[in-house]
Ligand binder design. Sequence first.
Ligand code: SAM
Length: 293
Amino acid sequence: MIERISTPSRTKQIIEENGFYFKKNFGQNFLIDSNILEKIADCAGIGKDDCVLEIGPGIGSLTQVLAEHANQVVAIEIDSNLIPILSKTLEAYDNIEIRNQDILKTDIDAIIREKNANRPIKVVANLPYYITTPILMDLLENERNVERITVMVQKEVAERMQAQPGDKEYGALSIAVQYYCDAHVDMIVPPSCFLPRPKVDSAVITLQILPERKVTTTDEALFFRLVKCAFAQRRKTLLNCLNHQGNFGLSKDTLADLIRSLGWDERIRGETLSISDFARLTDAVAQAISSHM
Ligand code: SAM
């Protein structure tokens, strides 16, 4: 077996030898626990036929483990200082492609098309915390051809993904994740497993993309517009959120009638609505819009 990049001593050596400085604004907390890395590959269920997209390879600790389990790995790294380091640490592997890009500006569909003949890929990452939500929302809402996502995130974000109506953490991310996936927290990871140490616990979460949505709605785009609108201002009622931010072309009275017609109190708040409630709301709003046109 090729020497692990992820041991604390090897990681420190690579960093010192290359004069690398951690950039806080890129969320650089590198994993220094080989057991955790193996468990991540296990939880991702990677096999020899798989094409894996890794977001933020750092110095290649996770990339190395992924490459040993997968057919090929495409790793997107924003920090140009890491690219020469990666080409040295991963030189023994011929199934890894490193791209120096911002994942938020990367054409993920093109990678799936070119690297995996449009068959579904797996996404695995120790995510930079500052873009966790935009990355996941992009993969889910744009329905990228991804079958499973296994990511390290802040523990609080993993809790948000699993939150239920009425929970403090319940929001647009909870709904997007639960609408498209079955979510499962695989493990909690303490700060001592990273260099430098983050301030909070992390969690590895696996999102298995469902072949069919948990609820059906007549208009998916409107569904997500309503979800975002309902959570835009948490202390406001659903009625006020829809009225002030919705731009649906419906009067406040019409919206109040619509809310009552669903059997809800006019003062109901968005954070108490389940995914099926949002689907019912979507259908009612779609119908009201078409009858007011
Ligand atoms: N995978 C490595 C590990 O587990 O040790 C590093 C993980 S570190 C938490 C996050 C990595 O994502 C860093 O290497 C950082 O430079 C990179 N990164 C941050 N923002 C990015 C972006 N917008 N696109 C691609 N990579 C990014």
